[in-house]
Design a protein around this ligand. Sequence first.
Ligand code: AMP
Ligand code: MG
Length: 280
Amino acid sequence: MSYAHKLTGSQEIRLRDFDPEYDAGLNREDGEARLKALSDELMALQEMLYAAGEHSVLMVLQGRDTSGKDGTIRTVIGPLDSRGCNVASFKVPTSDELAHDFLWRIHNQTPRKGEITIFNRSHYEDVLVVRVHNLADKKTWGARFDHINHFEKLLSDSKTIVLKFYLHISKQEQEQRLLDREADREKYWKLSAGDWKEREFWNDYTKAYEDVLNRCSTPFAPWFIVPSNKKWYRNLAVAEALVLTLRPLKAGWLKKLDAIGQREKAAIEEFLKQSQMTKK
Ligand code: AMP
Ligand code: MG
């Protein structure tokens, strides 16, 4: 069994059936050792992804405030080669963004071939925060689940590998993390009164997230529920999901790279032969 729960739309889920404390019976030391091995493999896979230039990877990170989106990026993505990696963070839309359809600013940030892009929040905010706070009417946000599925199908058909992670924390864990921020001067910059206010809407977000997970989990763009109360486990689960998704593509990339290598080798040999003949 893998560490994150992969959803492809075949079963209806409720979040209360998933334990945010889950750690697969591992301890932190084991978990960090396994992460190291996965991280090494991920670096090698990224190099091949980049060189082959055939696929791109889009990793969507969603979760409640303090669920660890930034920490996941730092730990799992940090070791990768930054030349082939981009992070796009989506904030409250600007007036220019609001003057377009909701996917306009999103599509503009999708990865080029060979690259990995991480969405820190995403188009899903348009059916989460927008729904919970009535920032659009129900007819508008209600139509977006289909728009999102069609958009992600387009990406997938264009050889973008789409993986979506919901970082699952408990309400109690969130409270602890918010209090920790207040107690640590180096974390002061993360303080936001808005986070305590959003907490009041905990159940509304649960409903909104469940609808997202049930309506937008597809074989071509699966959601992963990541138990995230333990940060080391969260990192391990995300890294593993990435590796398990990319690993099967490696053979095809190697074949393509091999063919390129053979062609270049033949060209070099031909060049050397020609230059020897002209010297004679
Ligand atoms: P942070 O991720 O802490 O920097 O906060 C970004 C804020 O932008 C969060 O409060 C999000 O809910 C908000 N946000 C992101 N996308 C949207 C959107 N499409 N509509 C409204 N608010 C959004
Ligand atoms: Mg925040």
